[in-house]
Design a protein around this ligand. Sequence first.
Ligand code: FE2
Length: 369
Amino acid sequence: MSILKTKPAVFAVGNMYQIMVPVESESLLWIKCGNTCYYDEINGVLRSGCLVHKVCVPMEELDNVGEYTVYCRKIIKRKAYFTESEEPYQESFKFHPVSTNKKKILAYQIGDAHNHVDGPVAAAKRFEEEYGKIDFLVLNGDIPDHSGTIENFDTIYKIADRITGGEIPIIFARGNHDLRGSFAEKLTDYTPNENGNTYFTVRLGNIWALVLDCGEDKADDNCEYAHTVSCSPFRKRETEYLKSLIKHPDEHYMAPGISHRLVIAHFPFTQISPEPFNIENEIYGEWTRVLENEIKPDLMLCAHMHDFGIHSSDSQNNRFEHSFTVVIGSKVILGSEPYFAGMGLLLQGEKTEIVFNDDKEILSAKNID
Ligand SMILES: [Fe+2]
């Protein structure tokens, strides 16, 4: 019997897929792709004391094979000798990579779901009805309401299950609310990351994406955080990371075959913000300069504002000078009658179209130059 809580979520990080799947009880998990088994293990020891398993599979392998099988062995009692376990449950999934040959790429972004599942899923499905099946999903922060309970992390996997079915890649970025609560320090056990870092790059087909993480949205000494964050040093490390990327452009945004460059960041740090959100002028100014002068993204995809916005180079809202377009792509009303609208993205040759829609209708569709 399956103890998988949801279908797997295939997160893209670097040149690996981090396939993550939450489970109901203590278990061992591995994935067979082609003739190779990949295990959820640490230094050769299979993990069983985790609620979300993670198995890393090279992108090239899964892209070529186009399917994978999850094996999950329920532990009856883990012991120093002769651990007792059940026969493994197994389930196979098809996988559709973002093909380099595909002329039209479709993606959908969900941000600020704040524990809601039905609205975000319905919006993604409505977009697919109109435009066709998406090639990848972007989960752009604040998908759980906060990290105060482990159960909140289920939101990520429920949304991933119903939109991707474990069959297409997902790019995940952390949001500011994800830093709040007792389990925030353990978030990387439950979500994808690169060596513990929540900022990283991704290559999907001809698309290169940079995931940036602003951390919290107010200064570290804000009373709301009550001494629990130190995002400023974290952001400085990220600046160093950006500087390291631009030393090797040919391995990243200038790599052979790259035709689209995306930046994915929950917080739209290039925008003017009122007090107390107008922080880190120097750091965010530097990030913007690196993007503008070196990386030259086509688009930066954001969320956080709970409202839509498309800000090109002449927008009055721009805090720093930049020529790339910033799209804020989630409109959310929380409360007893929640409302959710998300953002669809169409990339076709030189054409880039941004679509805002909810579960009922396409609200707007705009071509970006
Ligand atoms: Fe946010």
